[in-house]
Design a protein around this ligand. Structure first.
Ligand SMILES: Nc1ncnc2c1ncn2[C@@H]1O[C@H](COP(=O)(O)OP(=O)(O)O)[C@@H](O)[C@H]1O
Ligand SMILES: O=P(O)(O)OC[C@H]1O[C@](O)(COP(=O)(O)O)[C@@H](O)[C@@H]1O
Length: 301
């Protein structure tokens, strides 16, 4: 079974407009609300691919209620913990000539609720997969993911971490099965701006030396680079298509990768292909891609 943890779920309020001007009143031409947060998106896309995935995390207030309702409406298997105070955040996504996002902070998570989550995680069985994805509310300690991976060590649980900065850096020594920084996030870890494949490979190799087993670097419209634990480097471009909304593309890629790895009996080449197909299929439509769109793109790779 795959479990995804979203510490900081969101309602993604996506507005489309031709031009966006900072410091002015902008009018939306189209607006939609989706359930969001990285672990939630990973689980929804896995569900679309008929792979059971249970969503863990915290929900608060009317926004939390709506996120959970939307998850369930979209087939999600939810086991969220309800907080008594505060609101789950609303993340504003502006899709214009460029994409702009304002991600909220999220509610305070009290100690007893955190303990409850730890209990849920402790109950995972050997062979399960644990996906820790997205940011954590600022009131939680920055070593949150590290604390969890420390508990998972030696338990034969496959761990996946999609996070940035210290949250990611601190888990690498615990040998996560997969990490998926994008090009900018990888550069930020080493305080550099990355341009060429050789530079990306050099940084990704350093993360492998530090402990990460498979390092998947997503490159937006340029595809992705995978440094596999088999010592090979896999590189694939993205399929051609019209970008509609890339929110959730990275999460879809993680889901596609896990689905492809499972279905192929552990082929990293196949995992990467399914990851790219799922990521790009999501980028080419309003929201997370379904099985049909993902399979259609996979066949073109
Ligand atoms: N403009 C695009 N055209 C085609 N595919 C895209 C585009 N943007 C994203 N994707 C697909 O989604 C994957 C993840 O996107 P990326 O933007 O790198 O991740 P993140 O959302 O985590 O920043 C890419 O590797 C690619 O397969
Ligand atoms: O937890 P963070 O880093 O603030 O990110 C949350 C946001 O990322 C998303 O999960 C999308 O992530 P990706 O575009 O990287 O796949 C949104 O649904 C959500 O608003």
């Amino acid at each position: 079974m795959i479990y995804t943890v979203t510490f900081n779920p969101s309602l993604d309020y996506v507005v489309h407009m031709k031009k966006f001007a900072a410091g002015a009143i902008n009018r939306a031409e189209k607006e939609t609300i989706y359930p969001g947060g990285k672990g939630i998106n990973v689980a929804l896309v896995l569900g679309n691919l008929h792979i059971p995935a249970r969503m863990l995390g915290f929900m608060a207030g009317f926004t939390g209620q709506e996120i959970e309702r939307l998850c369930e409406e979209n087939g999600g298997d939810c086991d969220f913990i309800r907080l008594d105070k505060g609101y789950s955040r609303i993340n504003m996504k502006i899709s214009a000539e460029e994409e702009t996002a304002v991600n909220g902070m999220g509610p305070v998570i009290p100690k007893d609720k955190l303990k409850q989550l730890m209990k849920q995680i402790e109950a995972l069985d050997e062979g399960d997969t644990l996906v820790l994805a997205g940011s954590i509310p600022s009131t939680l300690p920055g070593d949150m993911y590290e604390q969890i991976l420390k508990r998972m060590e030696f338990r034969h649980i496959r761990t996946v971490v999609d996070a940035t900065g210290d949250l990611l850096r601190n888990v690498i020594a615990y040998r996560p099965f997969l990490i998926k920084p994008n090009q900018d996030e990888l550069g930020e870890l080493f305080s550099v701006v990355l341009h060429r494949d050789e530079e990306i490979i050099m940084c990704a190799k350093r993360l492998q030396t530090m402990g990460a087993r498979n390092v998947l670097v997503s490159l937006g419209g340029d595809g992705a680079l995978l440094l596999g634990e088999d010592g090979k480097i896999y590189r694939r471009p993205s399929p051609q298509g019209r970008l509609v909304n890339s929110v959730g593309a990275g999460d879809s890629m993680v889901a596609g990768f896990l689905a492809g790895f499972e279905a192929s009996g552990g082929s990293l080449e196949e995992a990467l292909k399914w990851g790219i197909a799922a990521g790009s299929a999501t980028a080419f439509q309003d929201w997370l891609a379904g099985e049909k769109e993902i399979k259609k793109l996979y066949k073109t790779l």
